[in-house]
Design a protein around this ligand. Structure first.
Ligand code: ADP
Ligand code: MG
Ligand code: ZN
Length: 483
């Protein structure tokens, strides 16, 4: 790869989880019996007319606004004409030169390096049906028959097209992951790769370092995890470099990523936009998104993941801990509630991103199914802050609170985990240890403070591990000096 640079642009399709489809009243439901959520409109029967789904338009505007796009005042739907068995109308209603949103960006962070990826456009279209090929591989080439399920036909689909600003497979993965987080934070789609509610197509070309022109690109489809997106791009970069170095040229084509072999193969040569004979959809009027609507959309945006991470980190929480909580969403919600009650941010952040995540994984459960409440976190953090509980004991208490054994104070009491942090109560223990170790005390008096740790250990042992070591250490210093 030395001497070469990759250029990557990503097209993302997001299925919106609206109540109904884009142009008819059929429900949007993943996993329904095949061909049960269909009607004359989404089956393209003669005379059926489309009616746009206002909620879907509201949602695409929210997506565009989250990328700080310009929301276009007057946009249009177009017909994209082509035949495929899963496309009952023989055309797809989509947008062409006047999409809803243009000129935005998404900032990503790859190991501390910031990158701004331009968003060219965000447009609205409708999804196709699904072909199910009767072959072991599920691919058409060795299939004996194919089945068609039109439940997905007409589901609102948002396409987000990036500028070719991405340079590495790692950046591409970070872009895709952050895009998913943004979409989820908006509550417009669960954006799950496994269920196909989000799909990424990667456009990849390579060029010599320092070249101004882009090379010929290939488009890779069918990656169903972020890991395979990254792998497919890395494979494609190597393939194109090897091709050019061997004296051949990259052919512009659409390629299929095969997870098993770890390779891309050509599906078809690239079609040009002229091939689709786009024209304005005659059954729909132009759309007018007026200024008050656009203002309302921007005003309704939630706190976006990047801003949320930044805010939590600024409160003193580790970057990684903040990222884990924001990724999960519900952990960050709980964090916010606990901190608003007055809990110490860093402590709560560490518990939620570390101990709680480990607990959820170990018990294969979700946060909502545990008994942990914001006031528990506040109480627990306060107990640790005041020295009533050691940080080790706090972890034990936390696990029991999660399991529903009670409030932190009650659990600490019940399992006798409270720390003795009352100096008065510890003085006698400290004095007894000092009296039993006169030679060590002599060293302290001579200015050698190293043995303090040893003496603290003695007091901890004498109290069954329940003394607050910070207070014991202070007491040893003052009482040894005074005695
Ligand atoms: P199409 O609709 O034909 O796929 P677009 O022009 O909309 O094409 O571009 C699709 C994607 O390809 C965009 O994300 C864009 O950034 C990216 N892209 C365009 N040219 C190149 C190139 N030479 N190398 C890599 N990516 C590219
Ligand atoms: Mg494309
Ligand atoms: Zn329908």
């Amino acid at each position: 790869m030395r001497g070469w640079e990759a250029v990557i642009g990503i097209e993302t399709h997001v299925e919106l989880q609206t109540e109904s489809k884009m142009f008819c009243g059929c429900p949007v439901r993943f996993g329904a019996e095949p061909n049960t959520t269909v009607c004359p409109v989404c089956l393209g029967l003669p005379g059926a007319l489309p009616v746009p789904n206002e909620e879907a338009i509201e949602r695409i505007l929210r997506i565009g606004a989250a990328f700080e796009c310009t929301l276009v005042e007057g946009s249009l739907f177009h017909r994209k004409n082509y035949f495929y068995p899963d496309l009952p109308k023989n055309y797809q209603i989509t947008q062409y030169d006047l999409p809803f949103c243009i000129d935005g960006h998404l900032d990503i962070d790859v190991d501390g390096d910031e990158l701004r990826v331009g968003i060219t456009r965000v447009h609205m279209e409708e999804d196709t049906g699904k072909s199910i090929h009767g072959s072991e591989s599920g691919r058409i080439h060795d299939a004996k028959f194919s089945l068609l399920d039109f439940n997905r036909a007409g589901v609102p689909l948002v396409e987000i097209v990036s500028e070719p600003d991405i340079r590495t497979p790692e950046q591409a993965r970070a872009y895709a992951a952050e895009l998913q987080r943004v979409v989820r934070s908006l509550g417009v789609s669960d954006a799950r790769l496994e269920e196909g509610s989000v799909r990424f197509d990667a456009n990849i070309s390579v060029r010599r370092v320092g070249a101004d022109e882009f090379g010929t690109r290939a488009e890779v489809k069918n990656m169903n995890s972020l890991r395979s997106l990254q792998r497919a791009i890395a494979y494609e970069i190597d393939r194109q470099i090897a091709l050019i170095e061997s004296g051949a040229a990259v052919v512009q084509d659409t390629r299929h990523w095969d997870e098993g072999s770890g390779k891309t193969t050509s599906m078809r040569s690239k079609e040009e936009s002229e091939d689709y004979r786009y024209f304005q959809e005659p059954d729909l009027v132009p759309l007018h998104v007026d200024q008050p609507w656009r203002d309302r959309v921007f005003a309704s945006l939630p706190e976006l993941p990047a801003i949320r991470r930044h805010r939590i980190t600024a409160a003193g929480v580790d970057r990684q801990a903040a990222a884990v909580m924001v990724e999960a969403g519900d952990l960050a919600d709980l964090y916010d509630e606990a901190v608003s009650l007055g809990a110490e941010p860093r402590t709560v952040g560490n518990w939620l991103s570390g101990d709680v995540v480990a607990y959820l994984r170990r018990n294969e459960t979700s946060l909502a199914d545990t008994h942990l409440r914001p006031d528990h976190l506040y109480e627990l953090a306060t107990m640790v802050g005041e020295g009533a509980l050691s940080s080790t004991a706090a972890k034990d208490v936390l696990a029991r609170v999660l399991a529903g054994e009670g409030s932190p104070a009650a659990v600490a009491e019940q399992y006798d985990l409270l720390q003795i942090s009352d100096a008065g109560a510890l003085e006698a223990e400290v004095d007894a240890v000092l009296a039993g170790n006169p030679d060590v005390v002599a060293k302290l008096r001579a200015g050698d403070m190293k043995p303090v740790g040893f003496l603290v250990g003695q007091v901890m042992r004498a109290t069954g591990g329940k003394a607050d070591p910070r207070i014991v250490s202070d007491l040893i210093r003052t009482r040894a000096a005074a005695g």
